[in-house]
Design a protein around this ligand. Structure first.
Ligand code: GLU
Length: 549
């Protein structure tokens, strides 16, 4: 089962209706709706006390309960599970009363089809999440914990501390876009968050992912602030996102959604205001659509409004692989510091997307043996080292990692615990936690993803002497080459790949040594040292600019 799947409990006593609904649910994918069916309320309540469901499809007229009472009894026993009520034409009044009493939606049995059902269930889940979890995401908690720890170390001015905890500007959108079936309009949540406006324009990617929330985007924007400050780039942090599973969208749907998202945030972005870039679930194509939409609105072509564009539209050479390149530059510095020869060393990489695949390629070129990689399908392990060039070909032509023949299939969890010299978590957040930190078996963790390690896990890894290159340092290659792209765009002057790579190396290596020195001088772990470095720069800028009015 994938994380995006929505677990449905169907409580319906009419076998014909139950079969029809199950049939519809089986038809739908991305997300899938694994469903359990019972035919009376007592059995439903019993099942819900033992298993977790995301939503319940509830017939109000059941053998052991009738009318609004059915809904009330459900609510009393399982208040957190959203309810979609099933109703016949003659029970409409009842369904409306259930919605007034807190049910998320009702569906007329005679009019249900797969699309309608899918949408109603998804929205029920979304609405409940939107209300309860907007700010309160695990990532935001993680970002706050890290920040507060670093703030304590630098004895940060309390006024500044309060100002930096939450983003300066947030925009929450509800975005409609047409599905390929013309009549079907989807409405999804979108966000653009600008954390600090003090340093220059704000900068940060846009992610399309089913778990995006305001808290998650705010955490990512905050990390962008520290990352840009650490690299000395003239930006504050921003981030954007749309809560949608892009793997379930056609290319045309993605284009309409991207354009609508851009036009909704058009007043807060711009080359001097806020410059989006790719992130999880978006790439050069989405940036081209964003740039085109923005340009159409202002009446002339503005390539500098986004970075990570295709090269033909003013993108920078080297941007696509820059994050992976940066990860490997940082691994090289860390290995040097630890006296580890990367030629012949071993590495494990979680994630084989934009960051993970480029990191694998560059490490492979250094002679490091890549023991395992993974993608959404799971992990692939080969004790002799995976043939990375060929595996990249396989992935580029749409193949899944686990379908590649030369290796054994392992789970993502197993992959993280493999013995190796270098572990690169380059997938999503919250992967190294208090639960598995004891079993992580490497010398260096280089965080290609944002927020892959929780605060509790951080302490365990540090105590065990594992050298961590934290996300805001390890994955800063992306935004650094984005900065180069923006500079080239504003000057209408293009640099060569050699120039890009040598400037990238200079900036990142300098940052690494500043952080390492600070961590030694002040006896700090590498993450706290990186954060302190970034926070100090932002604090200095805030204090010297003063407060308006
Ligand atoms: N999304 C990338 C990051 O998290 C790149 C952001 C950018 O290039 O602006 O750093």
């Amino acid at each position: 089962m994938s994380e995006a799947d929505i677990r449905v409990l169907l409580i319906e006593d009419n076998p014909l209706h139950a079969r029809m609904l199950q049939g519809f649910l089986d038809e739908i994918h991305a997300p899938s709706f694994p469903v359990k069916h019972v035919d009376n309320l007592a059995a439903g309540l019993d099942l819900a006390s033992r298993e977790k469901f995301d939503v319940v499809l509830l017939d109000l007229v059941l053998p052991d309960s009738k009318g609004l009472d059915t809904f009330v009894r459900w609510r009393t026993h399982a208040p957190h599970v959203p309810v979609v009520v099933l109703t016949g034409l003659d029970d409409m009044g009842l369904a409306t009363r259930a919605v007034e009493s807190g049910a998320q939606d009702y569906l007329l049995k005679s009019q249900i089809n797969a699309a309608l059902l899918s949408r109603s269930l998804r929205y029920a889940v979304e609405r409940v999440r939107a209300r309860s979890e907007e700010w309160d995401s695990p990532m935001f908690r993680n970002a706050h914990q890290q920040f507060l720890k670093a703030a304590q170390v630098v004895d940060l001015d309390d006024n500044i501390r309060q100002r930096l905890l939450f983003p300066q500007r947030t925009q929450v959108l509800s975005l409609p876009f047409r599905r390929d079936g013309y009549d079907q309009v989807e409405t999804v949540f979108g966000y653009r968050v600008q954390h600090v406006l003090t340093m220059g324009p704000t900068k940060g990617g846009v992610r399309f992912h089913h778990s995006v929330s305001l808290g998650e985007v705010a955490a990512l924007a905050m990390w962008m602030t520290w990352k840009c400050a650490l690299m000395g780039l003239p930006y504050g942090g921003a981030k954007g996102g749309v809560r949608v599973d892009p793997t379930g969208l056609s290319r045309r749907e993605k284009q309409r959604l991207t354009r609508r998202y851009t036009s909704e945030i058009i007043h807060v972005i711009g080359p001097d205001k806020d410059i989006p870039a790719p992130d999880l679930g978006t790439g050069a194509q989405e940036m081209a659509w964003m740039m085109d939409t923005y340009s159409e609105q202002v009446g002339h072509t503005v390539p500098e409004v986004v970075t990570g564009k295709p090269v033909v539209l003013g993108g920078s050479v080297g941007r696509e692989t820059a994050t992976g390149k940066g990860v490997v530059l940082m691994v090289q510095e860390a290995a040097d510091h630890l006296d580890l020869d990367l030629d012949g060393a071993t590495a494990v990489i979680q994630g084989f997307g934009n960051v993970g695949s480029a990191a694998a390629e560059f490490l492979d070129q250094l002679g490091t043996k890549i023991l395992a990689v993974s993608d959404v399908s799971g992990g692939l392990y080969n004790d002799n080292g995976l043939p990375i060039a060929d595996l990249l070909e396989h992935a580029r032509s749409g193949g899944l990692v686990q379908d590649y023949p030369e290796g054994d299939n392992i789970s993502n969890a197993e992959l993280l615990e493999l013995e190796c010299d270098v572990l690169v978590p380059a997938a999503i957040e919250n992967q190294i936690t208090a639960e598995n930190a004891d079993r992580i078996n490497c010398k260096i963790v280089a965080e290609g993803a944002n927020g892959p390690t929780t605060t509790e896990a951080d302490e365990i890894l540090n105590d065990r002497g594992i050298f961590i290159v934290p996300d805001i340092l390890a994955n800063a290659g992306g935004v650094t080459v984005s900065y180069f792209e923006w500079v080239q765009g504003t000057q209408n002057y293009m640099w060569t790949l050699e120039e890009i790579n040598s400037r990238l190396k200079r900036i990142m290596t300098r940052a690494f040594h500043q952080v390492l020195q600070r961590s030694i001088d002040q006896d700090l772990d590498m993450r706290t040292a990186s954060l302190v470095q970034g926070i100090e720069r932002v604090t200095d800028a805030k204090l010297i600019r003063g407060l308006f009015p």
